[in-house]
Write a protein that binds this ligand. Sequence first.
Ligand code: RB5
Length: 151
Amino acid sequence: MKIGVACDHGGYILKDLVLEAIKDCGCEAIDLGTHGTASVDYPDYAARALSLLQNGGCERIVLICGTGIGMSLCANRVRGVRGALCFDLYTARMSRQHNDSNCLVLGGRVTGPAVAREIVEVWLKTAFEGGRHQARLDKIDTLADMVSTDK
Ligand code: RB5
């Protein structure tokens, strides 16, 4: 499995260990920057990873900013992307089992390196349960239409 990884300066502190954790799980990690601590705009780096995902260049992506919030906002604007901001192993596991998350979001200023590494491992190794959860995910794709016509 190929995993694209992108961060801004706030997430840079976690990027190398995320790349390493991905490789240690037997996956291919694609480093999409940023490559230092200079200030950059997180949507620009989200766009790199989201484009790669949408074009089929990878199966999943990891986005990292300071809090994880900005990258989450970016990810969940894109149809078919299920971005999950995870802070612990439980949310990481559930994001896969129930939400079929294809985009893990981490906050470099709120999650420590050891926890981040384990989150990545759990997120990569946990399977989607399908069933009733798939039906719920299907409803997400029609959510905008449902809300705009439900007057
Ligand atoms: C950058 O200072 C910071 O705003 C960004 O990394 C992220 O936390 C935004 O949500």
